[in-house]
Ligand binder design. Structure first.
Ligand code: FRU
Length: 402
């Protein structure tokens, strides 16, 4: 467990799930609306808290009801807000975010009129109490002073910076940080065709930093000082929501660096965690397995003499798991004769010599190998196969095709 201080904007995210992205002047009904705390550093700390760290956010808070709501939500998540700076003027920063059904994009309209944290405020925080200091790359004039203080008073405490967008004058501060996170957005805005080109350009500004550049579903590139530029591909996953995936990546990488891992291991872990995040909406419970990750059974439990009935977690599907030689076959538990579960009247009997199994309702016999009905009322019909995957330990997982 480490103590991590991050400086950045706390934002109210108003998220609308829509069937498709609207065109100008179109009227559209959203399927769902979520209000949640956002902002890169706040998101990163939320994930770091889940990873077991003590986290503190240095941000500004407006005097409005939204700020109170956000403070409560953040505190409930375990983030410390005691170093937040109150501002009398301005509203809670708000992001209006449209996410279409396929989850592949998120379009954000920002509303910002709240002043950001000033250097004098930061100077009063006892930064010596922290093991890591992280900064959003914004608010350049004030950031300059904050980095200066951090370097002067805690020279050995690692400092990281996220460079999400180009900001006037920020390049001059990059030699003050140990770890520099950037990504596609910044790279493109700076005219770099790819991540390696971006890292090469940044290397001149930050000769001593570990530099990491993420590139969405293409993965991340990184370079330690004096080392080569390396690549870690992204895990291929079924994407539901990418909002905050970059912030999750950053948390994962930072977590492993704090544990003393190599830059490569840190980038790998960040990528895995970001991929895991993309499979769900929001950032809660990122370390828990998703229903698809729970095994249905183990190959050893599926004996030759009987069929095993299993429910696909999180889906209303019942399966027949049945031993077929060394492996296991899975069929949807639905008899094509009268569309009832095969075990509706009794258990599903198996004939090991014929390699068939029987529907308990009207005695239709099906070949285990391919689910064809070879005897009974629905002769020639087939059970519907269901895709499964079996890992090295013999655990059987549902692998639904989307
Ligand atoms: C996601 C996010 C949102 C926020 C926006 C700020 O990375 O932090 O939570 O609204 O980006 O740029």
């Amino acid at each position: 467990m480490a103590r991590i201080l991050a400086v950045g904007n706390l934002v109210l995210d108003v998220i609308l799930n829509v069937g498709h992205f609207p065109t100008e002047d179109e009227e559209l009904r959203a399927h769902a609306r979520y209000l949640q705390p956002g902002g890169n550093a706040a998101n990163t700390l939320h994930v770091l808290t889940q990873l077991g760290h003590e986290t503190s956010l240095v941000t500004t808070l407006a005097m409005d009801a939204q700020a109170r709501q956000l403070s409560e939500l953040l505190t409930a998540r375990g983030l410390d807000l005691s170093h937040a700076q109150r501002k009398l003027k301005g509203d809670t920063p708000t992001s209006y975010i449209l996410i279409p059904e396929n989850g592949a994009s998120r379009t954000i309209v920002h509303y910002r009129n709240l002043p950001e944290v000033d250097f004098e405020h930061f100077a009063k925080i006892e930064i010596e109490a922290f093991d890591w200091l992280h900064f959003e790359g914004r608010n350049v004039e004030e950031l300059k002073g904050m980095l200066n203080i951090a370097r002067t008073f805690c020279p050995d405490t690692p400092r990281s910076l996220e460079l999400e967008k180009p900001r006037e004058g920020i390049e001059a501060l990059l030699d003050q940080v140990h770890v520099l996170f950037t990504g596609r957005h910044y790279a493109r805005a700076m005219g770099h065709a790819d991540a390696p080109a971006c890292i090469e350009a940044l290397r001149h500004k930050a000769p001593q930093a570990q530099i990491i550049c993420t590139w969405g579903d293409q993965g991340a590139w990184y370079q330690a000082p004096g080392g080569a530029i390396e690549h870690v591909p992204a895990d291929k996953v079924r994407v539901r929501d990418t909002l905050g995936a970059g912030d999750t990546f950053l948390a994962g990488a930072l977590h492993r660096l704090l544990e003393g891992a190599s830059l490569q291991e840190a980038v790998r872990y960040g990528s895995q965690l970001a991929a895991r995040k993309c499979r769900q909406v929001g950032l809660d419970n990122l370390l828990d397995p998703l229903p698809d990750d729970l095994p249905l059974a183990n190959v050893e439990d599926v004996s030759g003499a009987k069929a095993t009935i299993a429910r696909v977690p999180g889906r209303d599907v019942s399966l027949i798991l049945i031993r077929d030689g060394d492996t296991v076959k899975a069929y949807v538990n639905n008899c094509p004769h009268q569309h009832v579960p095969l075990n509706e009247a009794y258990k599903v009997d198996v004939n090991p010599f014929q390699k068939t199994m029987k529907c308990s309702v009207h005695d239709a016999w099906f070949k285990i190998e391919d689910g064809e009905c070879v005897d009974g009322p629905c002769l020639g019909d087939h059970l519907q196969p269901y895709p499964i995957r079996i890992d090295e330990a013999g655990n059987i997982y549902a692998a639904p095709e989307e």
